[in-house]
Design a protein around this ligand. Structure first.
Ligand code: ARG
Length: 285
């Protein structure tokens, strides 16, 4: 009983935190949010046709005024997620700020996470901003900007789970989002008799766990916090599994755009805008 009350209180506090974080979006940071949202709407309205139309003028041509096409997978709160009909989040606002500095309009394409790198390689999109971790294998196929934040992989389990840490994942059913660093990490446990279930969306893995189909979910820490705060009976284990850095990905060799992005990022760091965007979505513990 007591425990329940505490967890309910915790939930309330966590939700209040979320509300506060959202609430502040209508404050001083609201302008950026509106602009970003407007740009998203433009793309969302005609995404499939737009895709063909906008294929040619990528940054490779350096065409001034051509829209800057961002690819993401908006299943990853607080970095990118659907809110009503809009795609919002840290990566959206950071990308919007970068686009503004480059004098370009931003278009957002929401695609499967494991399609982001192919889409960049084919030149259909200019950059990927998707809470993407800089990873050696990925560096063979894309270039990464300077990093803009750090993260880690964590384990989510049911409150009553017998899994208390990474070692206990052996022999278990582990859910991940397909193609993520969580997938890469968990896949090592296949040798230990574990079964990896790969979902298109991180939250699908969490749902499968709540339904008892799998035992644990390995996912990035901030989305994990959001999923746990929005659902009862699940928790994040204390021990983080990795230390990772998020960066923006561009087509390999597109140094022109990479340098522009790095310059914009440096300015956003320097001015405190980057931190303000992060603080808007992630409340300090
Ligand atoms: N950081 C992890 C990775 O790079 C997960 C990113 C998932 N992002 C998303 N938008 N679904 O693999």
């Amino acid at each position: 009983m007591m425990k329940k009350q505490i967890s309910v209180l915790f939930m309330a506090a966590a939700m209040a935190g979320l509300l506060t974080a959202c609430g502040s979006s209508s404050g001083d940071a609201g302008k950026g949010a509106t602009t970003a949202a407007a740009a998203v709407e433009t793309t969302a309205g005609a995404s499939s046709e737009k895709k063909e139309e906008t294929q040619a003028p990528t940054t490779q041509d350096g065409a001034a005024g051509a829209p800057l096409i961002m690819v993401t997978n908006a299943e990853f709160p607080p970095y990118e997620y659907h809110d009503g009909g809009e795609i919002v989040g840290i990566d959206v606002e950071v990308s919007q700020a970068i686009a503004e500095k480059l004098g370009r309009t931003l278009e957002i394409e929401d695609i499967a996470f494991d399609s982001i790198i192919p889409e960049l390689q084919s030149g259909k999109a200019d950059f990927g901003a998707a809470g993407m971790t800089v990873d050696e294998d990925r560096l063979k196929n894309v270039d990464f900007s300077d990093t803009y934040t750090t993260a880690s992989q964590v384990i989510i389990v049911k409150d009553d789970s017998d899994i208390a840490g990474p070692d206990d994942l052996k022999g278990k059913y582990i859910g991940v989002q397909l193609g993520t660093t969580g997938d890469i990490y968990a896949s090592d446990y296949e040798e230990e008799g574990s079964t990896i279930e790969r979902y298109n969306k991180g939250f699908e893995a969490v749902q499968a766990m709540m339904q008892g189909k799998i035992d644990a979910v390995v996912i990035d820490n901030e989305p994990a916090k959001v999923f746990v705060s929005q659902n009862q009976g699940i928790k994040i284990l204390d021990e983080a599994l990795t230390v990772e850095e998020y960066a923006i990905a561009v087509k390999k060799g597109n140094t022109e755009l990479l340098e522009q992005i790095n310059k914009a990022l440096a300015e956003l760091k320097e001015s405190g805008e980057l931190q303000a965007i992060i603080d808007k979505y992630i409340s300090a513990e």
